[in-house]
Write a protein that binds this ligand. Structure first.
Ligand code: UDP
Ligand code: MG
Length: 322
């Protein structure tokens, strides 16, 4: 076991942020981060910005930051790999004793950073930022999120803390543990929880997006939810054994009923409607279960290819080796 005297190696703290078409918010991001970290003079910081294949001038602006401030580094991915992959890249590149992922849109306010650090210095290995107030999100989004967490936590072996985003602090031991998880399809929230470690939470109110718009549409969120559930639960696969068994039981009792009725009352007029309903109902159930199998098999297929999670085109801003 590693002891938890802080700081461990004096490599400093890494703030890691994925950027996808965030050009309009970069100056604001810079100002907010710099004023926060300048106010913590006894710790060294680096800011790892990952450009996730932006098509606006985010990359140019980020590179400009590395020239202005040596604490900023930029990792340019070869295309848009999606937030989870970009975040993985950012965490892989971070060298600090603690790593803090934070969104580019400042929805998780940088003022959280000193609070996260305070808990870490008290000995926590993971400090979660818990959204006590989510009124900045729409009602429907909040409801869907709640539903998702409930369902997920019921069927999965890993418990996702409710209303906790990606903003958190992770100690180096946690980051190294995270790096050992080889999966290609990365549901980061789940992976963060799966590794465990000594965790504490602090509360904050989630702000509105400072500039730009969310990159997550309803359809993307639905797929994100599917990713979460299929990554950490096989319950949706297994449930069909029981649904099937129950169906068979009902069918058998109904068959017995028909046999007895025929013996007593003779041959009846065949029921076309009931037959059709039964056939259609069972047919749909079978299609759903086959579709679900498809969800899992598709993911097995993607995982077996062993493709890298992301590809880096170039890094900007020299790592300070002192
Ligand atoms: N993001 C990314 N790649 C993507 C989509 C989003 O790197 O394909 C980044 C985005 O720039 C932001 C963070 O992920 O820093 C969160 O995105 P967003 O604010 O759109 O998500 P929301 O807060 O609405 O869940
Ligand atoms: Mg956001």
């Amino acid at each position: 076991m590693q002891s938890i005297s802080v700081p461990r190696t004096n490599k400093g703290i890494s703030i890691v942020t994925p950027f996808f078409n965030e050009s309009g918010g970069i100056e604001r991001f810079y100002d907010a981060i710099v004023s926060t970290i300048d106010a913590i003079p006894d710790l060294k910081f680096e800011v790892v910005c990952v450009d996730d294949g932006s098509v606006d001038d985010s990359l140019t602006r980020l590179i400009e930051l590395t020239k202005r401030d040596r604490r900023f580094r930029v990792v340019e991915l070869s295309r848009n790999f999606g937030k989870e992959a970009a975040l993985t890249a950012a965490i892989d590149m971070a060298r600090g004793d603690a790593v803090i992922p934070i969104d580019a849109d400042l929805q998780d306010p940088p003022e959280l950073i000193p609070k996260l650090l305070a808990e870490w210095q008290k000995g926590a290995e993971v400090v979660l930022a818990h959204r006590s107030d989510r009124t900045s999100d729409s009602f429907v989004k909040r409801m869907m999120a709640q539903l998702f967490y409930r369902f997920h936590n019921r069927v999965s072996s890993v418990n996702l803390p409710d209303n906790v985003g990606d903003c958190r602090l992770m100690d180096r031991v946690v980051v190294e543990a995270l790096k050992r998880l080889p999966e290609r399809l990365r549901f980061m929230k789940g992976l963060f929880s799966w590794v465990g470690f000594k965790t504490v939470a602090i509360d904050y109110a989630r702000a509105r997006r400072a500039t730009g718009t969310t990159k997550f549409s309803g359809w993307k969120l639905w797929n994100f939810a599917l990713e979460g559930i299929t990554s950490f639960s096989t319950a949706p696969l297994k449930i069909w054994t029981y649904v099937g068994a129950l169906g068979a039981l009902v069918t058998l009792s109904y068959a017995a009923f028909i046999v007895i009725r025929t013996l007593i009352h003779g041959v009846d007029i065949p029921g076309y409607a009931s037959l059709l309903v039964a056939v259609l109902f069972l047919g749909s159930l079978q299609l759903i279960s086959v579709g679900l199998l498809g969800e899992y098999i598709g993911r097995i297929y993607l995982e077996t290819k062993q493709r890298p999670i992301y590809l880096v085109r170039r890094c900007y801003g020299e790592p300070d080796e002192s």
